[in-house]
Design a protein around this ligand. Structure first.
Ligand SMILES: *Cc1c(COP(=O)(O)O)cnc(C)c1O
Length: 369
């Protein structure tokens, strides 16, 4: 089977873990601090704060931006549920705005329609590894004095005009989950240029404890701390980030070359001035293709190629959002995309012959062979 994702784990990662275990200091400590410094440097931001998940990073980010009960936060329904749930964790209201067809990311025109007196922030996602429409979104944020959070969980190393993900908001959140472009099994980080925001994240990560005085709690917080075991893996992965991303881009190019011109398939577009890091290589299977999306996925699996559907149902159609009054038809673009998208393997451990096989199977599927 050609897997849809596969973590790259070398001897260096193993040695790093063993060394932390042998040191006896396994909780969040010096190695985590080193990861935070190097991750900030990699992103080109002043600060980074490590957590135990990307979800925790988004939650910390919202807290640090001051999101609280009664606030409205605008985000996309076409994303992983962890983008939106932290808004609810802060007792704020999730206000969805539909996405744009060409980059799968939140559509600035739709954002503007959803703004009310209560709107406090926008959470934009860099879905599949391409940064969202920053310029237009930033303009809206400025006009209405809204905070901006970048969910960059799928986009470590992605660029817009030469700047890396992490620089397109007041605070950005990253994930180190096993399938992400760099990983430590579980884990996450925030990146920001604001010392106040970084400080608040550190507090929130550790029960709201004052940085100056132990056992003095300044606000409600959680246990979102990470461990030096995870940080040690992430440090090794960070060194390889560019190499791993380059391999993904190369694989994506090969897929695009092989699949272009197939009637009924829409291939991923790379926007001008953007560097896509292809966390996912996602095609759209339209009605003009001989097989439905689900039939094509079935065919691929039968022929030994795994595929993924990210995401089969937009968030507004899940029960805890339906309860808030959302219904089918509210976000037509997201609903259409969720019925068309199919992600193909693009991860760095694929061989050229694997990619040739993926292309061949898709071509064969057209005549059901
Ligand atoms: C992975 C991911 C998250 C959450 O990350 P976890 O580390 O799994 O908590 C959030 N948003 C998006 C878009 C993701 O892909």
């Amino acid at each position: 089977m050609i897997n849809i994702s596969k973590p790259v784990i070398g001897q260096e990662e193993i040695d790093a873990v063993v060394s932390v275990l042998k040191s006896g200091m396994i909780v969040q400590g010096k190695i985590t601090e080193e990861l935070e410094k190097k991750f900030a440097k990699y992103c080109g931001t002043k600060y980074a704060v490590a957590m135990n998940s990307g979800t925790a990073a988004i939650h910390c980010g919202l807290y640090a931006l001051g999101i609280k009960e009664g606030d409205e936060v605008i985000t996309t329904p076409f994303t992983f549920v962890a983008t939106a749930n932290p808004i609810l964790m802060q007792n704020a209201k999730v206000v969805f705005a539909d996405v744009s067809e060409d980059d799968f990311n939140i559509d600035p025109k739709e954002i503007e329609k959803k703004i009310t007196k209560r709107t406090k922030a926008i959470v934009a996602v860099d879905l599949y590894g391409q940064i969202y429409n920053y310029e237009a979104t930033k303009k809206i944020a400025r006009k209405y004095k809204l905070k901006l959070l970048e969910d960059a969980c799928q986009a470590v190393g992605a660029e817009y005009r030469g700047k890396r993900a992490g620089n397109f908001s007041d605070i950005a959140a990253f994930s180190l989950y096993a399938t992400k472009n760099i990983m430590s099994g579980e884990g996450g980080l925030v990146a920001t240029n604001s010392p106040e925001i970084a400080k608040k994240c550190k507090m929130f990560r550790h029960h709201g404890q004052s940085e100056d005085k132990r056992y003095e709690y300044l606000d409600l917080g959680y246990n979102y701390r990470t461990t030096d075991i995870l940080a040690a893996i992430a440090l090794v992965q960070l060194k390889k980030a560019d190499k791993l991303n380059r391999q993904r881009v190369k694989n994506a190019k090969m897929l695009t070359r092989g699949l272009s011109g197939i009637h009924g398939l829409i291939l991923p577009k790379i926007k001008n001035n953007f560097t896509h890091v292809f966390h996912q290589y996602t095609i759209r299977v339209t009605d003009d293709f001989p097989l439905s999306r689900d039939e094509l996925l079935e065919f691929l699996k039968k022929k030994g190629v795994d595929g993924g559907i990210y995401y089969p149902k937009p968030l507004h159609l899940h029960s805890h959002f339906i309860k808030q009054g959302y219904k089918r038809g509210d976000f037509p673009v997201s609903e259409k995309l969720s019925s068309q998208v199919l992600s193909l393997p693009v991860h760095p451990t694929l061989k050229d012959k694997d990619i040739e096989q993926i292309i061949k199977v898709i071509k064969d599927s057209q005549n059901g062979r």
